[in-house]
Design a protein around this ligand. Structure first.
Ligand SMILES: Cc1ncc(COP(=O)(O)O)c(C=O)c1O
Length: 369
């Protein structure tokens, strides 16, 4: 067979594809298992907000139409809920897409974006796709190091991504520290504060991004319906920024990026405070179950997660642990791709699943002694 030249852009040699959590069906097929617990993708195991389910059932027959490309109703609902004006809101196919839109709108080829490391893997990919250079500043004590990130800025820096709280560590810098950081970043640079786990964070630890946006600063806050609202499969994320930044991102956005069912479900879910409260409470209990279990086995982990997951250090090649857990029907996320070859990340699930996971990880770790 003739081998034709590889037509890929040269930049692709620097990009490894994003590796999502292993799907349940794949594990069932590969290991001939029937009962699988997936605690690998920080999803909401309570399900989706009931108000969202209701509107989905009612509106399903309308999917022959394109969605509202301007997202009028969802932006209005977000505006009513948060106080941001509709022109300060950008919608995305998940907040992941808004990471891409920010790179497309603000990152010139050959320029750089400062991030922490290990942090959300998608930043690295989105920066590279635009021909930008990720400047990855090591975390300190598993937490973003604002001082070191400020020192990493140079005259080629266009963007900063700071996940607050961070994935995969679950940690946050204090609100005062983050606010000081934003004030010290040169004005021309866009600071993206990724708040994907915002609803899980106690109110006193949340930073007031609106203050900076209303001051006209180049700050974007990212949020999502994938976690606390339980709509990961519908892919709806959103961001807040001053209207000029929203306009710039809208220029590079695909017109119908946010799908119809997603917009409807998200707008309905916003009213479901009760569901979010239950989710957050269940998560708090789940984290306690994990901490107790890890302490009993003597496993190291990053404590005080502000998210719905925990980073765990197994002290050995994590792939072995991952495979042993898989055989027992539990999917966690190994963190080798994040330069943490001994660690996995585990999301909280339903109480019985959390207990089952702790039972199985204890069994697996004992088997290595
Ligand atoms: C820090 C962070 N940002 C963004 C996202 C993306 O969420 P989505 O694209 O589902 O809105 C995630 C998902 O895991 C995340 O951990």
């Amino acid at each position: 067979m003739t081998t034709y030249p590889d037509p890929s852009r040269s930049i692709l040699q620097y990009i490894s594809p994003y590796q999502p959590g292993k799907p349940i069906e794949e594990v069932k097929r590969e290991l001939s298992l029937t009962d699988i617990i997936k605690l690998a993708s920080n999803e909401n195991h309570l399900g989706a907000a009931p108000s969202a389910m209701k509107v989905l059932r009612e509106k399903l027959a309308e999917i022959n139409y394109y969605p509202d490309g301007a997202g009028y109703e969802l932006k209005k609902a977000l505006s009513d809920k948060t106080g941001y004006k509709p022109d300060e809101i950008i919608l995305g196919n998940g907040s992941t897409e808004i990471v891409e839109l920010a790179c497309e709108a603000f990152l010139d080829e050959g320029c750089n974006a400062v991030t922490g490391w290990p942090a959300f893997f998608k930043y690295r990919i989105a920066i590279r796709i635009m021909g930008g250079i990720p400047v990855e500043v090591p975390l300190k004590n598993f937490t973003h190091d604002p001082e070191a990130m400020l020192s990493a800025i140079n005259d080629k820096t266009k963007l900063i991504f700071i996940a607050d709280p961070n994935n995969p560590t679950g940690t946050m810098v204090s609100p005062s520290e983050l606010e000081q950081f934003i004030l010290e970043v040169p004005e021309n640079i866009v600071v993206v504060v990724d708040q994907a786990y915002y609803e899980y964070v106690p109110p006193e630890k949340r930073i007031d991004v609106m203050k900076f946006i209303r001051q006209g600063r180049n700050v974007i806050a990212l949020r999502t319906f994938s976690k606390a609202y339980g709509l990961a499969g519908l892919r709806v994320g959103y961001g807040f920024a001053r209207p000029e930044l929203v306009t710039a991102m809208n220029k590079v956005r695909e017109a119908f990026n946010c799908n119809m069912m997603g917009q409807l479900a998200a707008a309905a879910a916003l009213d479901d405070d009760d569901f979010v409260r239950k989710t957050v409470e269940l998560n708090r209990e789940g984290l306690q179950t994990f901490y107790r279990g890890f302490d009993n086995i003597g496993l190291n982990y990053v404590p005080d997660s502000m998210t719905n997951f925990v980073l765990v250090d197994t002290g050995r090649d994590v792939i072995l642990v991952f495979q042993e857990l898989l055989k027992r029907g539990v999917i966690v996320r190994p963190m080798r791709g994040y330069d943490l070859p001994a660690c996995f990340r585990v999301s909280t699930g339903l109480p019985k699943d959390n207990e089952y996971f702790i039972e199985k990880i204890s069994e697996v770790m004992r088997s290595f002694i």
